[in-house]
Design a protein around this ligand. Sequence first.
Ligand SMILES: Cc1ncc(C[n+]2csc(CCOP(=O)(O)OP(=O)(O)O)c2C)c(N)n1
Length: 579
Amino acid sequence: MPEALEQTAFLSGDEALARGAYESGVAFAASYPGTPATEILESLAQYPEINAQWSVNEKVAYEVAFGAAIAGVRSIFSSKHVGLNVAMDPLMTSAYVGVSAGFVIVTADEPGLHSSQNEQDNRLIARFAKMPLLEPADPCEAKRMMPYAFELSERHDIPVIVRLTTRVAHTKENVPLGLRVEMAPKGFTPDPAKYVMVPRNAYFRHIDLEKRLLALKAEAESSPLNIIEINDPALGIITSGVAYLYAKEVFPNASFLKLGFSYPFPEKLIRAFAAKVKEVVVIEELEPFLEEELQRLGIKHRARHPSWRVGELRPEDIRAVVDGSARVDIEPAASRKPVMCPGCPHRGVYSVLKKLKLTVTGDIGCYTLGALAPLSAMQTCLCMGAGVTMFEGFRKVLGKNVVGVIGDGTFMHSGIAGLVNAAYNATRGVLVILDNATTAMTGTQPHPATGTTAKGVPTKALVIEDICKACGADHVDIVSAYDAAAIEKVLRKRLDEDALSVIIARTPCKLIHRAKSLPVEFNAAKCVKCYMCLNIGCPALSRGQDGLIKVDQDICVGCYVCVSSCKFDALKKGGEVPA
Ligand SMILES: Cc1ncc(C[n+]2csc(CCOP(=O)(O)OP(=O)(O)O)c2C)c(N)n1
């Protein structure tokens, strides 16, 4: 990173926010990967001055980072929106505790859920947790807000939430760079009334929190992050985050109240703005967060149609929002069907689960694609960790033809507790860990079983099979994820036993282990056109115009999972002479 002032860099919102944190003197950062927040920690980890880590999950990341702030250095936690759910327990009480050095929580929300299990609006968490909320509209602003966020945190003794949305996190622009301000560590001064949240202390800290919120509200009224632009007074738009840019593009001449510091809500400022314009409209994505405040204050405004609570806004939607019209669902432009990569080790496991007609409780990762046709071999997906815990519920209700699946990264994140629970509560049956040696879905980040840290430094690699045994699994089998026959054999055996078993299907992800074997060879003379091979959903195989199977030699990596799907020997491992 260039160090001199007046230099710029072409940065995404995530990278710009990380740069802003770096320049603010942040010394500690903890996170768990998740779109669209992943690149924040990846960027922070590149600064030698910052002790940055991928934690095992968001609750752990939150507590580690919060601990660092209480121990006296500026610290930052970041995650995708649902990550905050995992961190809610410490988050709620940390507002009572307050901070020592500044502590900033970054939530990267996903209106439109491009890559998420829901599209919850975490602005509501700021209100619920009684924490101030900052909402940048673009990468430059994300960077600019960071020193303000840390100072606000320290001045008001409170964690500060900065909310990005996907379009802010992933948009790139030229961002001016500044120099880092070194902050001297404050050290830790014990103060049980503040740091030990037993009921009586917490009661008084709650009273204090309410006072801190009033002071924050007063500050929001005159914050430089809340900007009034008076242009044509006929239309006054109140907005925050990226919605400001959409609205500005469509109504360049309107008057605006752009809220960068949107909670606690600056009441007086809003009243002053409303008094200056003829009609007030709120433009916001997802929940009626700002709109409900206007209702509460009795400020007249044109209501947004409730259908806009769902999905992402686009500039072309803004006129309809202003008119009060309902959202009209747009046919998405021809979209590419999500598929597992050629050579993905998850494919072989699902081909067996499908063949044995098992009911499969699933989880989140690349392997969630096993739920889609043609594999259609996974029947549930709720949240990280539920592949194990919902398995227990299913198994106890439906009996033995149920299998739970979970990835190695997700097992580390929240699967371990579920396995302990299953063992403790005398659960029988089979759990499959799809161990591709990485967190593939979010871009191949390391995790505690990979032997590398976020900084790329070698570390202890925890052994998944040892963990499973220690958690109470009666049997732990390890098979190659490409060896469908071996998977089927061990699965049949373990399903018949009165025991709790874990099968680890272990083959590295093709994104981290790019070695290619010779492509599959196709023998047209043997093909009976049953198309069973297409049921495994490999993008390298297709049905040609002549009805015969076509192997795309360029993308086939030679995993040979398709070979075992063909009963007629029409597919052979590359290099083998077809019989
Ligand atoms: C609470 C929460 N945190 C983060 C994510 C983002 N995320 C989805 S799946 C996943 C892990 C996937 O890794 P793994 O289980 O190893 O499966 P793989 O993608 O490698 O097949 C992550 C981090 C999420 N969906 N929910």
